[in-house]
Design a protein around this ligand. Structure first.
Ligand SMILES: Nc1ncnc2c1ncn2[C@@H]1O[C@H](COP(=O)(O)OP(=O)(O)OP(=O)(O)O)[C@@H](O)[C@H]1O
Ligand SMILES: [Mg+2]
Length: 327
């Protein structure tokens, strides 16, 4: 069922609470698709470098080959913010007078650690990956950081669009004011005092607007891609325990508010039957929590994956695990 869903969507997001198996299941899905000859890109948005640990190798922010037809990359929030800030700083330096540069640098240094900065930078990268990756790969699979983060991330494109639109509108109002003052015409010295020299000012305005507009469009495209159910699906991985079940139900509500639906639940680490009295009791407990899940989210299809005896690390272990995915 998970595989079927994965085959039919270009973009797949795996979310869920910490340690439930997001990285393992998303990598197994990516590997299974690549095994069918599809070009797949696996992307980790988690700062914890999960993919590298799973594949036992260094994976950076540029795609590396993990298996035939499977590439992977890990977004690095710190480096992404750094890159983003030097772009912004470069643009501002070229647009503002030299005496302002000190102020700009101070502002940039403060913004680097501002709340939401890393998320916004990661989101911008995700927008680029969705746009660019969509051309080079048949499937792009995102392994995200634990739940709250995923829901916030999904709501962000809308917030960022509203934010950049607000800025653009402010600039447009400033533009109209400048036009108006220039239109007064007769007292050109006064007009220049208020709005600055005509041509350089207008050029700066349109450059700034251009930068803001490009950014806004990136978020608009990402938002459109996320909200298109033919293109994108959300999979939530969980284990059959009380808190992960409650969090999953909450996550469904949060995503729904952001206009997004969960298309598949993966209950991972299910205990096998006949494994002794202690595990039998845990199994009964799992069953109880799954009933809560089933009652709260009856409309979402659910796939179950067994707890396996060995650690899942390295390509071979992952391949073996991926054969357990339902068709
Ligand atoms: N079905 C399974 N059976 C046995 N071990 C599993 C199973 N699925 C995952 N694991 C193990 O559980 C641990 C956590 O898995 P994983 O890293 O995939 O979770 P995660 O949700 O990505 O965690 P994080 O939130 O930290 O990113 C790993 O050691 C992994 O090998
Ligand atoms: Mg992980």
């Amino acid at each position: 069922m998970l595989l079927d869903l994965a085959r039919s969507r270009q973009i797949l997001f795996f979310g869920g609470k910490g340690g439930v198996g997001k990285t393992t299941v998303s990598a197994a899905t990516a590997l299974a698709l690549a095994g069918e000859g599809k070009r797949v890109l696996l992307v980790s948005t988690d700062p914890a470098h999960n993919l590298g640990h799973l594949f036992n190798r260094e994976i950076g922010p540029r795609p590396v080959r993990l298996a035939p037809d499977l590439d992977g990359l890990e977004l690095d929030p710190e480096a992404t913010v750094q890159e983003h800030m030097s772009e912004v700083s470069g643009a501002l330096h070229s647009l503002m007078p030299v005496q302002m540069h000190g102020e700009i640098d101070k502002h940039i240094a403060l913004s680097r650690d501002a709340p939401g900065m890393q998320e916004a930078a990661i989101l911008e990268k995700m927008a680029e990956i969705v746009e660019q990756g969509g051309k080079e790969y048949e499937h792009v699979i995102f392994d995200t950081a634990p739940s709250g983060h995923t829901a916030r991330l999904m709501a962000l494109p809308e917030m960022m669009t509203a934010w950049t639109e607000g800025l653009i509108q402010r600039r447009e109002r400033a533009d109209r004011f400048a036009e108006f003052v220039r239109g007064l015409g007769s007292d050109s010295a006064l007009a220049e005092d208020i709005v600055g020299e005509k041509n350089p000012a207008a050029e700066k305005e349109s450059k700034i607007r251009g930068v803001l507009n490009r950014r806004r469009l990136k978020f608009v495209h990402l938002r459109e891609a996320l909200a298109d159910p033919e293109l994108t699906s959300f999979v939530i991985v969980l284990v059959a325990e009380r808190l992960p079940v409650l969090e999953t139900i909450e996550l469904r509500d949060q995503l729904r508010k952001a206009g997004l639906a969960i298309d598949c639940l993966v209950v991972n680490k299910r205990l096998p039957a006949g494994a002794g009295k202690f595990l039998e009791e845990r199994r009964a407990q799992q069953k109880f929590h799954l009933q809560t899940l089933g009652k709260a989210l009856p409309e979402i299809p659910c796939e179950h994956l067994d707890l396996v005896a060995q650690d899942i690390a390295g390509l071979e272990a992952l391949k073996k695990f991926s054969t357990g995915l339902e068709d």
